[in-house]
Design a protein around this ligand. Sequence first.
Ligand code: ADP
Ligand code: MG
Ligand code: MG
Length: 926
Amino acid sequence: MAAKSKYVYYFGDGKADGKADMKNLLGGKGANLAEMTNIKLPVPPGFTITTEVCTYYYAHGKSYPKTLKKDVEAALRKIERSMGMRFGDVKNPLLVSVRSGARASMPGMMDTILNLGLNDETVKGLIAKTKNERFAYDCYRRFVQMYGDVVLGLKPVHKDEIDPFEVIIDEVKEEKGVTLDTELDAEDLKDLVARFKKAIKEKTGHDFPQDPMKQLWGAIGAVFGSWMNDRAIAYRKLYDIPATWGTAVNVQTMVFGNMGEESGTGVAFTRDPASGENVFYGEYLMNAQGEDVVAGTRTPLPIAKLRADDPKMYNQLEKIRKTLEKHYREVMDIEFTMQQDKLYMLQCRVGKRTAFAAIRIAVDMVKEKLISETEALRRIEPHQLNQLLRPVFDSAEKDQAVGNGRLLAKGLNAGPGAATGRVVFNASDAEEWAKKGEQVILTRIETSPEDIRGMDAAVGILTARGGMTSHAALVARQMGKVCVAGCSALEISYVPRTMSVNGQVVREGDWISIDGTTGEVINGKVSTRPSEVLQVLVDKSLDPKDAPIYQTFASVMAWADKYRRLKIRTNADQPDQSLNAVAFGAQGIGLCRTEHMFFGEGKIGPMREMILADTPEGRKAALARLLPLQRKDFEGIFEAMDGRPVTIRTIDPPLHEFLPHDEKSQRALAAQMGISYEKIRQRVDSLHEFNPMLGFRGCRLGIIYPEITEMQARAIFEAAANVKKRGIDVEPEVMIPLVGHVKELEDQEKIVRRVADEVFKASGSKFRYLVGTMIEIPRGALTADEVAKVAEFFSFGTNDLTQTTLGVSRDDAGRFLIPYVEREIYAKDPFEAIDRTGVGELMKIAVEKGRQSRPKIKLGICGEHGGEPSSIEFCHQIGLDYVSCSPFRVPIARLAAARAALADAKPAKVARRRAPKRKRSRTARR
Ligand code: ADP
Ligand code: MG
Ligand code: MG
């Protein structure tokens, strides 16, 4: 390592100081500009000031390292030599853009300045050189506008205030009697420059800087400054991007898409980012510059049109598309500019995509031999599978709605899925309504970075303007939101909050339905139905052959199963839930909560009698009535699981949960049982606990009332024996909850084994079964070596283990836990992702001690964490045998388990040269 940091990295003429894997230092934009330069793509030369300078800037009272000035000047000289132009030259002026670029892409969060280097003198040079006065003044007025906005802070302060420069543009247009910017001629634009400068002088008290070097440093400072603007801070919070990363600054030679009708600018994806289809996908505008394409003010043209209008240009682009995909082995998102007949690349990055697209692209790329199966698995975030399982509209009902004239309009299908909700017209309302539990569709003329929190709160996003690469579409894809963009038929007015189309008026609070897969916007509610995957797997109403999305899903699942080590079980206590889970790939039940069964038809009565009984005899009589009911439940589950292991937990919650708490129901119960209301009330009162979570529950119930455990064990084993007689294999695992001391388990185990022997004898049947425990109390974990002498398996009950380890009651944590996470006391909600250092440490101790006494002990997890990817990774790392989660999370868990195994495997074995890339591409996609 050099003693002195290198702060400035040059790129140009086919050679760059940096490369793609230097994103941390150069930011995503800078690293990829370097990479594209190195692979000989046409990139205008420039240089990148590193993110370290940003960090330095904030650590040193907004000042720069001493050597920076010299380094920037040297790099600028290098550009000048390459271009044969001079910065600030009145005859042949070099113009540059100053662009931000953080490590993770933050679309539109920070600011860009174009055409820097123009002043009253150099603009003449530009005119002389291009013989195009209108063009030159268009560049100049844009520069003054951007500089005024970004560097000098002339921007609207309030939501409903208009941009001061736009006010001036409107003034000039009105004086001229024209409506479009394009109708302004060179003189008008020159006039605009003068008025802009005047406004700057008036509002800031300073002249617009004429010295290009001063302009440059002003712009660099503004980019670093923008790292701490409100939008950027909000965005970072939403995507867990640390403030310490900083942004880089890119200074790059300008090329011009606004140099006439043969010039233009565009954005594209190397494949369709919404569907994942392998087609070139993009939009462009002729005679336009910079953000015009994404701003949503002019509707851009589809890239297919370029193919027809300018095949030569199109072919150049197509070639670059192939080169990029081959080189990066990824779908890339590109920004390009056509300056007369020359094409320039201005940006590329890994393309954001919908879950549909991510999965399809990964699978297609395996088939195209661009990537390996393991690489494909690495690229699909487990939670993305959610989108495939998401509901779609009930097609009959939708057709009917359309037939009845409720189809309001059709826009672009920017974010697949179906959403129904109430219309709100601004982001802060979306946030507020959602907080109140409303389902809202955020409806905007167009969205901007300020809207992200509202977008996050909405179930769907609808915009009237902008293309597939507009802000709304981009962010929706990233968030996995249903989105219809660019629905130009809608006339939206923020005051008085209405949206009208063909005479129909939709007001704030009205229901609409948007189909992000087709782009349809429908008035009123439309019910949704299961996704293709569910229709194939669960409803069995669709043939896999007719279900392309299902097929893609199935490929991913098959690969995941090949690489994962963890088994996946499910938490289910009904036969239909169990069947769903098996359809999703569950290999057993990790937690069957018997108490849920007691709430079922006809069961709560005997259950309450049992609780209210005064004597063991009374309890036994009630239990005898419960036995056949439980047995039947278990038979259904054993049948559904067809030989897979089923872990059944004996009764766990405090008994008062089963009793009615209001007088009316207590009186009804009294009448039903033929006892006095007083008695019932007394009994309920006597069961009251100050802290039920730590009260009379779990194995404590079975120890004080052994007949309960006995009945449950009998129901389990008799059910198993009956099912076995029908030729279906069974593998029951009886799980005793809330064990803190081995003697508690010994007590219960004795009962279970005795009943098992009795049932074996009586039925003449025999099968393997296990008795084990939940580890959900710190003492249980700490004494796991003792507990494991009795327990044949441990299942980590991480909900209770988190409560008891942290000393936090989950149900009472609402008021402080979210602020805790916001203040990073806990990095994540510990009830969502395992607190590895605390709860996780206890788990490790339990695993190690458990194996000491019983090397082959079976280890699993059945807490809520069992379906959460980072917790699954942890379970893999500490060597559990399985995770258990709710049926709908089973596919996610399969993928997460595979990714954990791949992350763990030796890089050389898994993915030869790509191994170190993994971390980066994951952060980049955030
Ligand atoms: P963002 O990070 O918001 O995408 P960029 O730095 O990419 O901002 O700049 C936005 C747009 O400005 C680019 O897409 C491109 O069209 C235009 N632009 C930036 N630099 C140049 C340049 N050197 N020449 C021409 N256009 C440029
Ligand atoms: Mg860009
Ligand atoms: Mg528990």
